[in-house]
Ligand binder design. Structure first.
Ligand SMILES: [Zn+2]
Length: 212
């Protein structure tokens, strides 16, 4: 099944469940191979911001890093400075972990700090003044397995299970621009789900699917 077919299949479903679908394992492998062939996985720098190449580090040089989230499932909203004076702020990270929890069973997972930095850079690149609307953050293995059983669109080994992936959109940026900006960062995985109106971003290998 191609990702386009997957998108069409998914678009027939209703509400957030349809928006949480992930790429099937088979397509993921196909695209992972494609991405590897195009960008060359060995080209990534192994430095301070390992998942974010040097040319992207500019926003990270700012004195503080903040993030705002709007969880569409729970209605919760936060805006926090999560990094300042050279270090991550524990309390802010806890707040982020909490709002990005598995809303089905309230299980909280530590979210990868590299993912937060990717989102901060993405937000800067887009010049957005809005909070990230969160369609899916952390997913417990149980929730993910349940979703996987219900739909071929949900990956069995989703990076959401590791707290290393998020599905987002922004109210003041076109989804296609969010997608382009995420791709241009060349950091981690990027999935494009226009029919469900979200972009998936993760801290895995550089790869992409669901778009041109
Ligand atoms: Zn996702």
């Amino acid at each position: 099944m191609t990702h386009q077919q997957a998108g069409q299949k998914n678009s027939g479903l209703i509400g957030f469940e349809s928006a949480e679908l992930e790429l099937p394992d088979i397509s993921r492998r196909k695209f992972a191979l494609g991405a590897a062939a195009v960008v060359g996985l060995a080209a990534l720098p192994n430095e301070a911001f390992a998942s974010i190449p040097k040319f992207q580090a500019k926003p990270l040089a700012k004195p503080a890093r903040f993030l705002a989230f709007d969880n569409l499932h729970t209605g919760e909203t936060i805006k926090v400075t999560y990094w300042e004076k050279g270090q991550y702020i524990k309390g802010a990270l806890s707040e982020i972990n909490h709002i990005l929890r598995d809303h089905r069973n309230n299980e909280v997972k530590r979210i990868d700090k590299a993912l937060l930095d990717q989102l901060f850079v993405l937000h800067n690149k887009l010049g957005s003044r809005k909070a990230f609307q969160v369609i899916s953050g952390y997913r417990s293995p149980k929730s993910n397995a349940m979703m996987h059983d219900r739909s071929r669109g949900v990956a069995k080994k989703s990076m959401h299970i590791e707290g290393r992936a998020i599905d987002i959109r922004l109210q003041d940026a076109a989804l296609s621009n969010v997608h382009k900006a995420a791709l241009a960062m060349n950091a981690g995985g990027v999935g494009y789900y226009p029919s469900s109106q979200f972009v998936h971003v993760d801290t895995g290998k550089v790869r992409h699917w669901g778009g041109a």
